[in-house]
Design a protein around this ligand. Structure first.
Ligand SMILES: [Zn+2]
Length: 233
């Protein structure tokens, strides 16, 4: 009886404040969470996790020595994936971020190229940005991934230095160098012998991920792979 009253109250509440799909912004049906059935079925999976020498790996060839790299989804402007990422980043849909991480974790579970991964490290935000937003979207993805993978998650060891925000008047080369100098590892010793999976939202040029990977590799004797939720390929 009590349960049915509770369910009735939730239904009543939903009538006026429906939960919205993070992909298409329509109200979710009863039983749906985060994404509607239609959006779930239409996610543009890359399937790159199944392929060695995939296009994401090729972005980093000759730039940084990675074990493996992959992205979950193709990103295209004006479409669902952009809307999903926008809702996670700017509309405080944290649950959606964790939900997407869980999907990614399921795809990477038992992956042959990542079977000895020990540690998840999300790419850190600029401290000012994190302060303003209150959270780092890549932390949410890593958290969801780790609900499935159940390994070590380090969110505070790789840090972004505060002084890389004003870059507009610099040349491309200067900007790249600045990004490269923009990260540091607080406790390098605890990374020794680890295989780290760096987690980020979107892969575009790869400059930030490259800088993070270089910082990790230079600071300790570890292996690094990369996983992003989406890629512009
Ligand atoms: Zn939808």
């Amino acid at each position: 009886m009590l349960a049915s009253i509770k369910e009735y109250s939730v239904d009543f509440y939903r009538l006026f404040f429906p939960k919205i799909c993070g992909g298409c912004d329509i109200p979710l049906a009863k039983g749906e969470n985060d994404l509607c059935f239609h959006c779930r079925m239409q996610l543009p999976f890359t399937n790159f996790e199944l392929i060695k020498e995939n296009p994401v790996e090729k972005v980093f060839h000759g730039r940084v020595n990675l074990e493996f790299a992959t992205s979950l989804l193709f990103f295209s402007k004006g479409e669902k994936v952009q809307n999903i990422l926008h809702n996670i980043k700017y509309n405080e849909q944290r649950e959606l971020g964790i939900f997407m991480g869980r999907i990614f974790g399921k795809r990477l579970e038992n992956n042959i190229y990542l079977k000895d991964v020990t540690t998840l490290i999300p790419v850190p935000l600029h401290p000012q940005k994190q302060h303003l937003r209150g959270y780092n979207q890549s932390d949410l993805f890593a958290e969801g991934m780790n609900e499935v993978l159940n390994i070590e998650l380090q969110t505070a060891n790789l840090i972004r230095k505060a002084n890389t925000a004003t870059q507009t008047n610099k040349s491309r080369m200067e900007r790249w160098q600045n990004v490269g100098e923009g990260f540091a590892v607080k406790e390098p010793k605890i990374l020794t012998g680890k295989h780290i999976l760096l987690v980020d939202d979107v892969l575009t040029t790869g400059a930030t991920l490259e800088a993070c990977a270089q910082t990790l590799l230079q600071s300790s004797d570890c292996k690094v792979s990369i996983a992003t939720l989406a890629c512009v390929i």
